[in-house]
Design a protein around this ligand. Sequence first.
Ligand SMILES: *Cc1c(COP(=O)(O)O)cnc(C)c1O
Length: 487
Amino acid sequence: MYHSAVWREPLLNELEETKKEKYATKSMLPDSLQRKTSLDIPNLDETQVIRHFLRLSQMNYGIESGIYPLGSCTMKYNPKICEDISRWEQFALLHPYQDETTTQGTLRIMYELEKMLCEITGMDHFTLQPAAGAQGEFTGLLITRAYYEHKKDFNRDEVILPDTSHGTNPASAAMAGYKVIEIPSTKEGTVDLEMLKKVLSNKTASFMLTNPNTLGIFESEIIEIARLVHEAGALLYYDGANMNAIMGKARPGDMGFDIVHLNLHKTFSTPHGGGGPGSGPVGVKEKLGRFLPVPRVLKKQNNFCFDYEYPDSIGKIKATYGNSSVILKAYIYILLMGGNGLKETSEIAVLNANYMKKKLVDSTLYQLPYRQLRKHEFVISCEQLLSTKGIRASDVAKRLLDYGLHPPTVYFPHIVKEALMIEPTESESKKTLDEYIDTLLKIAQEDPSLVKDAPHNTAVQRIDEIGAVKNPILTWKNIEKLNEIHI
Ligand SMILES: *Cc1c(COP(=O)(O)O)cnc(C)c1O
């Protein structure tokens, strides 16, 4: 070994002494706060520490390990160059309160991204402030509230949404102070126009819709829906989480939507998980522009600046100006892909989803309720597996882990029993799709006891989910209780 112990020992001792001196003189902590006993942590060398953390990272599963086919929230193509550029210190080290003359590049990127998103969605103005889709929804609903207050129409306190909507939709509506009215879908899995007509009134502020919806079905009656909503004097809100199904093909603005949010981290490349990082820009039609959050980014002659002079604005939604690294990645991604690239992304996403769907449905092992033609995602049911073999959607999901595959979303949307919600995305190869299909078919034909006890090959076996819900341990103070629980 190069590090011979002969000269290493004295060197280490010397290092220890220097450290002691350094910390002894530098400690500013009052005596009462200083540690009296030595720190109880393992004494490991560099190699051991590296191996420990590398092993932990290998137990993780990410988009770089394999397919990750969660519906809507799917992580798709995340080009490495977006990551690289967003870490350039010219961007990463900017201070939010730096003088505008020194941040012209970033302001220009924000200004141009707003314009690109207007073009992609068919809206007139955008704000990049909200830090997630859910915060975009909340922003959109505050804009809705401001709009009616400005019109002195104080009667509208209801928000309507279909039973396929994402949980954040009713939550955002309730947070913005609205009553939530949920309407059931038709046998086709789309908005029930008769039902919608019944609940629309002069109390309706907004109808919130995802299109294609969370079943992956395009709301083909959208023009009529928009007409009905507007006839009732209400606004039509677009949840853009599924925008990657229609980019370059159709625009919510042309369908009649008044307010749109996008999830940049879903549709326009940013690896995300466990809640972030995200960005949920909101676009509006001309008549709603005056209510957007401040500051807005403006171009004056050849300079870019923040503008706060919007007296009707709902105010600030987020500190500084949004999640700038996600904004930057979306900008680079759109430039890289170009208009045709975005269109092709949607086309391949739809093709891949329908390929997988067809093979699974043809097997008759899984069922596909509602209309058969899907966009970028589909929701199959394990109902028959449950009735014939006692295998539930959650069992299939856990068994997929044994094969090294990330499971799809389970039990959503609620209107499909024993639901598996699959979005393969445009960025997976046919080979990967075939492997996933084959594994799903294989699991459906396996011995049920093997599936119901899965996973068998993972670091953590089946966890006691009911125990975790009934007996939550939410603070480290009760950590000893963990030992009593089977995990
Ligand atoms: C992900 C998602 C949301 C919420 O977006 P976040 O960015 O996670 O806050 C809303 N609606 C749909 C349909 C979604 O898939």
